[in-house]
Design a protein around this ligand. Structure first.
Ligand SMILES: C[S@@+](CC[C@H](N)C(=O)[O-])C[C@H]1O[C@@H](n2cnc3c(N)ncnc32)[C@H](O)[C@@H]1O
Length: 310
């Protein structure tokens, strides 16, 4: 098990290697951006919107286009605190508080207000993060809970570097074998475990209390999505709550159609939230009224998954 800078260097050496869990969408997307040693991303990364532009006109337009999100947040008592964490993430990552962060803040507020963890012994897992935003939001919102972040290699490197920009004292490890995972799970003081998508099966050794996937399964192939469900259903421990927020349907470049309703949900999954995702179905524009609403394109579901024996 490698930790800290050793883990980053090892991951960096692997970013050009082919990955079995990449969809045709990500086969193209990973070639479009480069990652520097400091985590600087060059090229269109498709991991989120990073803007460092400031200026009063831009700030005013930004404020107006965010109003629908603040309105949506009002129904969640934890929104104010989640919003504070989102701003902190943006500030420490030296970027504007863009829509992709605000949307994840709203998802966090929904999760925080829908259920409470029985304890902090189990872990949270973020599948397919971008700039480590959801990972670090969970670390900040639940400081006693460890997080596993699983992603394609290049994106994982970006996630880790950006999590560390927000929480410089973070202790993280990269695990790639069952033995590594065992060591990481029993290592006191380790807050974050990084896993490459091709090694996702090792996550099933961890007790997972919460799993989060936003805007990412929609870009994976059905067998990869099925493996993630399988991993979660086999995780030891009591309940695994899964927050899944993705397009109802997306066609990948090779013609594969990925449908939310075809993910391997089960009738015995206990559904807590199941509706169009208001904050993912809104798009900001440059002209008044500065946003428009898409109809039910993105769906979110919060469900307690039926478990299979570990
Ligand atoms: C559009 S970004 C989503 C970023 C972020 N979750 C959000 O809501 O803005 C899609 C993410 O899915 C990741 N991804 C693609 N294939 C994956 C796989 N097989 N396993 C895990 N993550 C994957 C990409 O690397 C990227 O980080």
């Amino acid at each position: 098990m490698l930790t800290g800078d050793d883990a980053l260097l090892a991951l960096e050496s692997l970013i050009e290697k082919p990955e079995a869990t990449r969809s045709s969408f990500w086969d193209v997307a990973v070639e479009l951006f480069k990652v520097g040693a400091d985590g600087a991303v060059d090229g269109p990364a498709g991991l989120g919107i990073v803007s460092r532009k400031t200026g009063s006109l831009r700030t005013a337009a930004h404020w107006i286009s965010r109003r629908p999100y603040w309105f949506m947040g009002r129904k969640y008592p934890d929104f104010a605190d989640s919003n504070r964490l989102g701003r902190l993430v943006a500030r420490r990552q030296r970027r504007r508080y863009t829509e992709d962060i605000v949307r994840q803040v709203l998802s966090l507020a929904l999760i925080r207000d829908t259920f409470s963890f029985a304890g902090d012994d189990d872990l949270s897992v973020v599948i397919g993060d971008g700039y480590g935003v959801m990972t670090v939001l969970l670390l900040l919102a639940y400081p006693a809970r460890r997080v596993i972040v699983v992603n394609l290699t290049k994106s994982l490197l970006v996630d880790l570097i950006h999590v560390r920009q927000v929480v410089p004292e973070i202790r993280f490890a990269w695990v790639s074998t069952a033995a590594d995972m065992e060591a990481a799970l029993s290592c006191p003081g380790l807050n974050l475990i990084a896993v490459r998508a091709d090694d996702a099966r090792h996550i099933s050794a961890a007790p997972i209390g919460l799993a989060v996937n936003t805007a990412s399964m929609q870009e994976m192939t059905p067998p990869v999505i099925a493996e993630y469900f399988d991993v979660l259903r086999h995780s030891p421990g009591a309940d695994t709550v899964f927050y899944c927020c993705n397009k109802l349907s997306k066609t990948l470049p090779d013609g594969t159609v990925v449908r939310f309703d075809d993910y391997p949900w089960r009738a015995a999954d206990r559904i807590l939230v199941d509706e169009p995702c208001a904050w993912q179905n809104i798009v900001s524009t440059k002209k008044p009224p500065f946003w428009y609403v898409k109809k039910n394109v993105v769906w979110h579901r919060l469900a307690v998954l039926e478990k299979d024996s570990a």
